[in-house]
Design a protein around this ligand. Structure first.
Ligand code: AMP
Ligand code: MG
Length: 341
């Protein structure tokens, strides 16, 4: 009897030891959603379930917010431009509202009504081309975030003029990354790396031990070549870069971030802007805006926002790192010059 009891106790202890120390369950899946390649790597018991729920959520966001999908809420607003307001979901309403706050913060550099110019250039599509100056000027008249009408009473949104249209491509992935983080936290996930086409969120520590290492892309080299490494936990790391989407015509490269003041791809001295923040929506909205603003204004703006940091790379290979993140970043490529002022 005593022996049986002893065996039972040993078995229970063994079971407790085994479950506590079993190798961490890891799931990794890739999908194509939000017009980009998504990769989710998740550690934890519920990793598989958490990924499935996140994917459903991303598809839902894409269906509501894509400017390319005929039935999306954004397409409905765009079709009704200058005609009527369109009732939208709470999340589309708040994302557009938030986008406007980034337009104000970036002095109009980030502008969600940029779509007429984005479609005119067609960068990343079959119809990409250098438009004529007349075409650019005609479409430039349609870009103005102040023409977005928000009616909080019935969650409806509209645009003042016909042919105006909204494009949330510069911010939607950030919002989506935050939604994925919330789903993972709900499932008790303590460690994950969320990659929405280069918009990264590092959740917790890598394997519960060390920080995650995230490479900062060398804007002059093919994908995967880094200028240095950021070591972080629980942060969003979003980069806007000239290398992300572009085409070449007559030996000149035309990239996908359009300056709403000129109608041409931004030609500021910044060719890569990485924002490090707690929320990816902030990182995404800011990265596109500061990329266009140019180095001096960009540094001033980011240093003025608490809890937000940045790494900027200029066209003459200088790297600028804001004060809050210097100890987390290591520049490894000696072709680049490190500045910390
Ligand atoms: P990101 O990679 O986050 O910088 O976003 C770039 C995408 O945002 C482009 O592909 C466009 O869809 C959109 N976009 C381009 N220029 C602007 C702009 N000035 N303001 C807001 N969105 C923009
Ligand atoms: Mg962005």
């Amino acid at each position: 009897m005593e022996l049986l009891f002893l065996i039972l106790i040993i078995s229970i202890l063994f079971l407790i030891f085994f479950t506590k120390n079993k190798p961490n369950i890891v799931s990794e899946k890739s999908y194509y959603i939000l017009g980009t390649l998504i990769n989710l790597k998740v550690f934890g018991k519920e990793s598989e379930k958490a990924i499935d729920e996140a994917i459903e959520r991303l598809i839902d966001i894409d269906n509501k917010m894509s400017a390319f999908k005929e039935s999306s809420e954004i397409s409905k607003i765009n079709k009704n431009a200058g005609i009527a307001l369109q009732t939208v979901s709470n999340e589309t309403f708040s994302l557009i509202d938030k986008s406007i706050s980034y337009s104000e913060l970036s002095e109009g550099a980030f502008d969600p009504t940029i779509r007429p110019l984005v479609s005119l250039w067609g960068i990343g599509t079959k119809s990409e081309r250098v438009p004529t100056e007349i075409e650019i000027n005609d479409n430039l008249k349609l870009v103005n975030y102040r023409d977005i009408i928000l009616n909080k009473d019935d969650n409806s949104i509209g645009l003042k003029k016909q042919n105006q249209s909204i494009d949330l491509g510069g911010i939607a992935k950030g919002y989506a990354a935050d939604e994925v983080v919330n789903i993972f936290l709900k499932h008790g996930i303590k460690s994950a790396i969320i990659d929405l086409g280069g918009n990264i969120f590092v959740l917790g520590n890598k394997n519960n031990e060390s920080f995650w290492n995230v490479g900062i892309q060398n804007p002059f080299m093919p994908r995967g070549e880094h200028i240095g490494i950021l070591s972080l936990k629980d942060k969003s790391i979003v980069t806007s870069g000239n290398y992300e989407r572009f085409f070449i015509k007559d030996n000149k490269a035309f990239h996908h971030i359009i300056d709403p003041k000129t109608g041409y791809p931004s030609s500021s001295n910044v060719i890569s802007a990485t924002i490090i923040s707690d929320n990816s929506i902030d990182g995404d909205g800011l990265s596109t805006g500061v990329y266009i603003m140019g180095l001096d204004k960009a540094l001033d703006l980011i240093e003025s926002i608490k809890g937000v940091d940045a790494i900027f790379i200029t066209n003459d290979k200088n790297v600028f790192v804001t004060s809050g993140i210097r100890h987390n970043f290591k520049l490894s490529n000696t072709e680049f010059i490190y500045n910390n002022n």
